[in-house]
Design a protein around this ligand. Structure first.
Ligand SMILES: [Fe+2]
Length: 357
């Protein structure tokens, strides 16, 4: 990649203390770094050993490809397991062993399936404790860098971290606090808005991505990241407008989510039509698939869709440019497999660095 005058001016203003500088001047190969995103791994087929409700053979196959593609870390967008059992979370975590051995960190986020147990009902605090036991020391917890909102029990559940020139915000919208209700209290996007704005305002990144389990607008699921109300995808319009505006104001190009067990890339406008972000529902990493069902809102423009395949994302970072590749394969998972991964979508974004180092 050619270094532009603008890049040169910005880089030379950084001084010699940043490790990024030698990499940028060392040629194209050494400039790029990558990370992976794995979608929902909940595995309904077998709740007993060896699966415990998580798609172990799919995880293993995707992890092998993550290692082959030399990613720096892997991030999962929630629904790691089918039901909140200790054995399930521990099994999911154990299947990151090859990543750990290669020095590849894993950054999880909870989904709805990770926050409750329909077979053996448990309190939300128990589900949180099981999850934290399997995935300790996440950013936002004491001594582990990163940031979490200053809200009870949010540390390490909703969190941000930086890696090289990127910043990543993972939003947990599932029950975290015992408040006397049956399910417990979940934070809503509105509870996180100030923290999101603060994190995206920091001059510690050249690009940022925001992740949640649920979607802005699902193709199948009509509950979304703002509300469980399946009859109204425009719930909390003021919160939606503020969230979209915050992402746009800070140059966040992509909102990446799961929940829908399909690949779908679309442009979505805020309810008031004033802001827009690209949404990537990043696929399924289990046997479970859903089909699109109306209603579809006019403020969403569908770009690319793929159904009934197992897949994942690789994000290539070159300075302020990111390229996201979606790979998928025919369904598998009951036995260990070496699937034939095919790249089925690829798109780039140039991030206008509002928050340079
Ligand atoms: Fe889900």
């Amino acid at each position: 990649m050619k270094t532009t005058r603008r890049d040169f001016l910005r880089l030379t203003s950084l001084g010699l203390t940043l490790p990024l500088i030698p990499a940028i001047h060392a040629g194209e190969q050494s400039q790029e770094w990558r990370f992976g995103i794995i979608p929902d791994t909940q595995w309904k087929t077998n709740m007993d050993a060896p699966f415990y409700g998580t798609a172990i053979h799919v995880i293993d196959a995707i992890n092998a490809e993550m290692i082959r593609q030399k990613v720096d870390f892997v991030l999962e967008v929630g629904d790691l397991v089918e039901e909140a059992f200790s054995e399930a979370f521990q099994t999911r975590a154990q299947h990151n062993k090859v990543l750990n051995e290669t020095g590849i960190k894993f950054y999880p986020l909870r989904g709805n399936h990770d926050s409750r147990n329909h077979i053996t009902p448990i309190r939300c605090s128990t589900a949180v404790a099981q999850y934290k036991s399997a995935f300790p020391n996440l950013p936002g917890t004491p001594g582990n860098n990163g940031s979490s909102p200053d809200l009870p029990n949010a540390a390490g559940m909703t969190y941000s971290f930086t890696h090289k020139n990127g910043k990543f915000l993972l939003l947990d919208t599932f029950p975290l606090v015992e408040d006397g209700s049956e399910d417990g209290k979940a934070y809503k996007i509105g509870d996180y808005l100030t923290w999101i704005d603060t994190e995206l305002s920091k001059k510690d990144h050249q690009f940022a991505l925001v992740f949640a389990h649920k979607d802005l607008l699902g193709q199948n699921h009509k509950d979304n990241v703002f509300s469980d109300d399946k009859t109204n995808q425009d719930s909390y319009p003021e919160t939606q407008n503020a969230f979209f505006a915050t992402l746009q104001r800070h140059g966040v190009k992509n909102f990446i989510c799961g929940h829908d067990h399909m690949y779908h890339r679309s442009r979505i406008k805020s309810p008031n039509g004033e802001s827009e972000v690209q949404q990537i529902i990043c696929g399924s990493a289990a046997h479970k698939f859903y089909l699109p069902e109306p209603p579809f809102l006019e403020r969403e423009t569908s770009l690319v869709k793929e159904l009934n395949r197992i897949g994942f994302l690789i994000v290539h970072v070159n300075g302020e440019r990111t390229k996201i590749d979606y790979y998928s394969a025919e369904p598998f998972g009951l036995e260990p497999a070496s699937p034939n991964w095919e790249r089925r979508d690829s798109f780039s974004n140039l991030h206008i660095a509002r928050n340079t180092f």
